[in-house]
Design a protein around this ligand. Structure first.
Ligand code: BTN
Length: 249
């Protein structure tokens, strides 16, 4: 496998994830494992929980990677962690320290710099799995209108470092990190991946499920969050209902 090839760059599209689904399921020319879609601009960029993901032209990383292989889809949920770690590895190469707010927000100094949206369209083959890994990183963006309405306070690499970054170079580094982490996962390295996620977990950030509030404490090898509730007890959560601003519970 060679991640990042073939690569289609679009000046504009609705969502790179939607484009990648269409390409992956194209009966004449299906995108292989590692095929990359990037865009200068999205008109209908999507985040998790039906939110929109907004970005100026050529300002940020907007990419979707087709990930597929033979085998069952029971471990496809691991890919969100693989993507988050790939983003953090890439930032680390730039000497930027980041944390993962489970399940897949990337924070710098407590503010959200990147998000991951993994979607699994129905594959035609029952014996293989297909996932579209969508990654958005706020790179050179400096203005977030209505930042107080964002579920988490937003930031960008430029806001955090005072530097401008070359988007194609950064995308290249990211796809390389993603390939390395996905190879690790496929070669039995899930334990090491979990270890790395745990060591970079944004421990203590607020999470909420329904009426229940708590703070992130740890994650299990099944990817579930271990949440410390206000009364000091612990629960395992498979998902959260809402993003919660740091320190708001
Ligand atoms: C989130 O944090 O809610 C996930 C954001 C994911 C955004 C990326 S940008 C590239 C890809 N295309 C989309 O429409 N969404 C993802």
């Amino acid at each position: 496998m060679r991640y990042g090839e073939p690569h289609r760059h679009l000046f504009e599209c609705g969502s790179t994830n939607d484009y990648a689904v269409g390409w992956a399921l194209d009966p004449d020319d299906p995108a292989p494992d590692g095929a990359l879609v990037t865009a200068s601009h999205q008109t209908k960029g999507r985040g998790r929980r039906g939110r929109s993901w907004d970005s100026g032209v050529d300002e940020n990383i907007l990419m979707s990677v087709v990930m597929r292989s033979e085998g069952t889809s029971e471990f496809v949920w691991q890919i969100a962690f693989v993507c988050a770690l790939a983003v953090m590895d890439t930032l680390r190469e730039l000497s930027i320290d980041s944390r993962i707010k489970w399940p897949n927000d990337i924070l710098i100094n407590g503010c959200k710099a990147a998000g991951v949206l993994v979607e699994c369209p129905k594959d035609v083959q029952p014996t293989s799995w297909l996932a579209i890994a969508g990654i958005g990183i706020n790179v050179n963006r400096t203005v977030f209108n209505d930042a107080e309405t964002y579920p988490l306070p937003p930031t960008s690499l430029t806001l955090e470092t005072g530097r401008a970054f070359d988007i194609p170079n950064l995308s290249g580094a990211l796809i390389h990190s993603l390939e390395r982490r996905e190879l690790q996962r496929r070669n039995g390295g899930w334990g090491d991946i979990t270890h790395d996620v745990r060591s970079r977990l944004a421990i203590g950030t607020a999470v909420r499920r329904g009426e229940t509030c708590g703070v992130l404490h740890d994650i299990g090898s099944d990817g579930a969050a271990i949440v410390r509730l206000q009364e000091g007890t612990f629960e395992r959560w498979r998902s959260v209902d809402e993003e919660v601003r740091p320190n708001s519970v």
